[in-house]
Design a protein around this ligand. Structure first.
Ligand code: ATP
Length: 240
């Protein structure tokens, strides 16, 4: 149901090679929302997605999904496609699709075919022959074809040409079920802001802000992009 609690992260900290990447992260996401994930390069956006998806596991703190901590159950409800690193370059899109059908019981083949057509992908092509933008389209099709509760898209548009972006961003509204939530990271907030209900900002190795975009517009008297920039400017001003 819309607005039910989906994800609750409590005091999460994560280190990689003894370096602290995230610390004391607290975040609650509810069902039925489009949420932007913003932060400068290296802030920890990808790391947070990997933790939510259950790809990165060696963390401190707790991650509840629908009030449960079981990672297998979480993986079954969260759709995230890493960079398809596990597949060989000669693997065709058709074979990748077959693999997803086998591994994910919620993979909706009809929805995948619709996404393939919408994103102008060619099932006969090999993974290694895809351009950066076409690979991003494939990741998007595979991720959104699952009937999940939470979708994670990490910089989904960075390689996609400007003309296609608008169409895809608008199209995304129709691909996400009403009671599901999508978390999208992007360095170009201005492009996705019109579809965002909420914004999560990663700064100082933690979730620094989590606000409804309507609330930002009403109480900050600036655009969502300006609000994000100001959060970082404040830090620089303090450091001066
Ligand atoms: N395998 C790794 N080993 C060591 N440090 C890592 C590793 N992967 C990521 N990091 C570090 O973790 C931090 C967060 O990286 P992450 O990729 O999550 O950031 P990001 O916000 O997604 O960045 P970007 O916007 O550049 O994609 C960075 O300082 C990065 O150097």
């Amino acid at each position: 149901m819309k607005n039910d609690e989906l994800l609750k992260i409590v005091n999460l900290s994560y280190k990689k090679k003894q370096k602290t990447i995230l610390q004391q992260v607290n975040l609650t996401l509810t069902a039925g929302h489009f949420i932007g994930l913003a932060g400068l390069n290296g802030a920890g956006k990808t790391t947070l997605m990997r933790l939510i998806a259950g790809v990165a596991t060696d963390y401190q703190g707790q991650i509840f999904f629908q009030k449960e901590t079981d990672i297998v159950k979480r993986k079954a409800l969260v759709s995230y496609s890493d960079e398809l690193r596990g597949f060989k370059k000669r693997t065709s899109l058709k074979e990748i699709n077959q693999f997803y059908q086998m591994v994910y019981p919620d993979f909706d083949i009809q929805r995948y075919q619709e996404l393939v057509a919408f994103l102008q992908l060619d099932n006969q092509q090999k993974l290694g022959a895809l351009s950066k933008g076409m690979k991003e389209r494939l990741i998007m099709a595979l991720t959104l074809a699952r009937k999940a509760r939470l979708y994670l898209l990490d910089e989904p548009f960075s390689g996609i040409d400007v003309l296609s972006r608008k169409k895809i961003i608008q199209g995304m509204l129709s691909w996400i079920p009403e009671d599901a939530t999508i978390l999208i990271s992007s360095h170009h907030l201005e492009e996705i802001v019109q579809i965002l209900d909420e914004l999560v900002v990663i700064k100082d190795q933690t979730v620094f802000a989590h606000r409804a975009t309507d609330d930002i517009l009403a109480s900050e008297h600036c655009s969502v992009e300006e609000y994000f920039e100001q959060l970082y400017d404040e830090r620089e001003a303090q450091n001066d």
